[in-house]
Design a protein around this ligand. Sequence first.
Ligand code: OKP
Ligand code: ZN
Length: 343
Amino acid sequence: MKTVFSDLQLAHAPAQEISDGELKPAVEIPRRAEIVLETVRQRKVGDVVGSEEFPIRPLQRVHASHYVSFLESFWGRWTEAGRTKEAFPFVWPIRSLRQDVEIEHIDGLLGRYSMDAGTPVGEFTYQAARASANTALTGAKLILDGEKSAFALCRPPGHHAGFDFYGGYCFFNNAAVAAQYLRDYGLNRVAILDVDYHHGNGTQALFYDRPDVLFLSIHADPKNEYPYFLGFADETGEHAGTGFTRNWPLPLGTDWDAYTPALEEACRWLLVYKPDAMIVSLGLDCFENDPISGFRFKSEDYILLGQRLAKVGVPTLFLLEGGYAVDALGTNCVNVLEGFGGS
Ligand code: OKP
Ligand code: ZN
């Protein structure tokens, strides 16, 4: 299986994040990608290829142009305002505030385009997020070229980012961009299986009213976990997309044995849907030692996950999402890819 990666993705290197009422060392750091890359090479998963550069168009198929422009121009405006450190928003246009006003101040714009205060934006965030999306697109292209599987080593992750907002360490929704690309270049049905510990609210929202992209997500119950406001079992799609979203919220403490019934159900949906390709939003934060998560996967369980996904039997693009136990991240990730097999 080929791995796609770009060095530019390392340029987003946040120092701190707001968490638990304090500024803490950031957990979504470049080292995550490096350790995965090193392990891919050590365990000889397959060739590592660079990301191709893509025009802005495939990004704009999923995200608002004004949102893409906001991220692109952000650092210039931030520094013009005299700021030198990473940015965090602190005010949002929630219920009772106006959604329709034109915003000039950079602090207003930050709130307009974000979902949380836990996602630092820095000098090279845009470049890295753009490279991460290009990695996903390169992986999608491999699938269109006939590869039975590919691994897009994306970073920063993408599944929390929506049409016009960033959050949860995510800026561009890599899985959604890849899914839309597969649709635009000939595939009729694409499935996204999100196994990150956190619900992929951005991906779900982007395809909520569409039957051509099936979204399945297994994650920590949002009543107890980020993102708190989406990912419940009664969210199953709307309009033409009714029935094409499925969520399996699971309790804190879930281990592999408690997880498998949900996984089996998800695989059954995949069997019925018969996608032309599947994208796996591969977060590895269900791991027992993950510093911000509450599930109890062991490293060996990730081999079983890969084996089970192989049995689905459709061309599969793996795409890295979360996973913050850096020391085990390479092992856990490559366990999935090895379990999946394929050459
Ligand atoms: C991104 B991905 C912990 C704060 C956690 C957000 C978590 C984002 C996860 N005190 N903040 O889905 O792995
Ligand atoms: Zn996560």
